[in-house]
Design a protein around this ligand. Structure first.
Ligand code: F6P
Length: 522
């Protein structure tokens, strides 16, 4: 099955949507609701513990039909099939895209199931205290050293599953900023700390610098022979890890067919298995797999990732909305936005299409931002309600709370419901003197209500957004799974590092950088 390479703007559906947009652009959602009493019924989806109400969008049945036709014309089905068949759809890196294979327990490759077994044995021995540090004490703290996909996913999940955490403290160090690593090390006991060096490539400057600073700190207290009890690595680059001083038994493998930002399901999730126990980690994987099946098998008009992806294309390409906002009404999901920023923006921030042509006539990747509700209401909601920008927003909530504080939960959900209603309806002030109290409404939102925050549901939720961004990438005719855009900055940083270390800006070609280096070193 060839991966499609269709320019979306040359489809019939695109042309039809363009003219349809002219008709619906000025329509208010309040009128759309009045016209169609069954709107909620045919603009909502139920799947397992998930309920998605997308009726508060600037769409009607013609819009939906047009978007679904766009998906057909762009051959979304073929694209999904090619991805799950592990074809090399990441053509610019000549790689398959296999994160979904990591969570399919029926078909997973032997190397994946063996790695899961290794993760189980290891995490259980750390949790039980059988794994001892160099002075014979059990481990109390696990530190994940990684950046980007080797940090954001595990950090987000450990935070999201705080309720399920055991006694281990888990910390994350990512930034090459020395103050970050020193803060993480500040009150650590080397005798009871385990370091996970996580880097797919094992060439990432930040991770290698942090790992070697931590290694030196550790060796101030212990000997080289003790490293085996305190350092393990997750990587594809076995030679580089061994050279760093971590022996092969201490390495958890990864594979080049798993992208960094989709790797929390691999051994990159070792910190998760340590923090919540292997069984919960496995439940996370199983939940993601259930969403994979939903995505693969459900007709597009009932398919949650497809509907969310198409709605996002609708606003991005027809309303020309530049950003989309995510507001989870759960403090546990406070790290979801930074996680999705990498997943979505590293994947879909592309300006060359799958035919190698520049894309200068339509927009690709959306800017993702947001924060948890209700906090966000007291920060940026003013702009959503009365600003001049169109910001489609996803609201996510759990129907039941984990700690069962019903009064809090009622207030939390009341706010969620009230905000989506107010954003849609707005309110009009007759008296011109009160114009500043008017809310125009008509701000689109999706309401996703999930029964409860369990590891399984979290897995499904993350997979939902992974598939949504894939749908968008297919429609936009871009390669969502490469990230060449991060290279140039890395190359330039090598030159500027040399200039800073030599205290010599003379060789730098950019006058502004040259001047800034002078200011810093002089
Ligand atoms: O620079 C971007 C990136 O390559 C991400 O895609 C990746 O998640 C991150 O760096 C970390 O890479 P690694 O796991 O190889 O250290």
């Amino acid at each position: 099955m060839a991966f499609p390479k269709i320019n979306p703007t040359q489809t019939q559906a695109w042309a039809a949507l363009l003219s349809h947009y002219q008709q619906i652009n000025d329509r208010h959602m309040v009128d759309l609701f009045q016209q169609d009493q069954d709107r909620v019924d045919h603009m909502s989806l139920e799947w397992r513990d998930f309920y998605l109400d997308f009726s508060k969008n600037r769409i009607d049945t013609t819009t939906l039909k047009g978007l679904l036709e766009l998906a057909e014309e762009c051959k979304l089905s073929d694209a999904i099939e090619a991805q799950f068949a592990l074809e090399k759809i990441n053509e610019t890196e000549d790689r398959a895209v296999g994160h979904t294979a990591l969570r399919n327990f029926e078909t997973m490759p032997k190397e994946v199931s063996e790695t899961l077994e290794k993760m189980q044995v290891f995490s259980e021995s750390v949790i039980s205290g059988d794994w001892k540090g160099f002075t014979g004490k059990p481990i109390k703290t696990v530190v994940n050293i990684g950046i980007g996909g080797s940090d954001l996913g595990p950090d987000m999940v450990c935070e999201a599953l705080s309720y399920y955490r055991n006694h281990l403290e888990v910390r994350f160090v990512s930034n090459v900023d020395g103050d970050h690593v020193m803060e993480v090390l500040k009150d650590l006991d080397p005798e009871t700390t385990l370091f996970l060096v996580v880097s797919k490539s094992f060439t990432t400057q930040e991770t290698l610098t942090n790992a070697s600073t931590i290694r030196s700190w550790f060796l101030e207290h212990a000997s080289e022979a003790d490293i085996a009890k305190h350092f393990v690595a997750v990587s594809t680059n076995l030679d580089a890890v061994t050279e760093f001083g971590i022996s092969s038994e201490q390495i958890f493998p990864m594979w080049d067919w798993v992208g960094g930002r989709f790797s929390l399901w691999s051994a990159v999730g070792l910190s998760i298995a340590c923090a919540v126990g292997y069984d919960h980690f496995e439940a996370l994987l199983r939940g993601a797999h259930e969403m994979d099946q939903h995505f693969q098998e459900t007709p597009f008009d009932r398919n949650m990732p497809v509907i969310l992806g198409l709605l996002s294309v609708w606003y991005n390409n027809f309303f020309e909305a530049e950003t989309e906002c995510l507001v989870p009404y759960s403090q546990y999901l406070s790290k979801m936005v930074p996680y999705l920023q990498q997943a979505v923006m590293e994947s879909n921030g592309k300006h060359i299409d799958r035919n190698g042509q520049p894309i200068d006539y339509y927009q690709t990747g959306t800017v993702v931002w947001g924060s948890t509700g209700t906090n966000a209401q007291h920060a940026f909601f003013q702009l959503l309600h009365q600003g001049t920008k169109l910001v489609p927003t996803d609201f996510i909530a759990f129907a039941s709370s984990l700690h069962g504080q019903q009064d809090h939960q009622d207030k939390l959900l009341a706010n969620f419901l009230a905000q989506t209603e107010a954003l849609m309806e707005g309110t009009y002030q007759q008296d011109p003197a009160d114009a500043f109290k008017s809310f125009k409404g008509n701000q689109p939102t999706n309401s996703l209500i999930i029964e409860k925050l369990t590891p399984e549901n979290l897995g499904s939720l993350v997979a939902l957004y992974e598939h949504k961004l894939f749908v968008q990438g297919v429609i936009w005719n871009i390669y969502s799974y490469d990230q060449w855009g991060v290279q140039l900055g890395k190359v330039v940083a090598k030159e500027t590092l040399r200039a800073l270390q030599d205290q010599d800006s003379g060789e730098l070609s950019n006058f502004s950088t040259q001047n800034l280096v002078k200011r810093i070193v002089d």
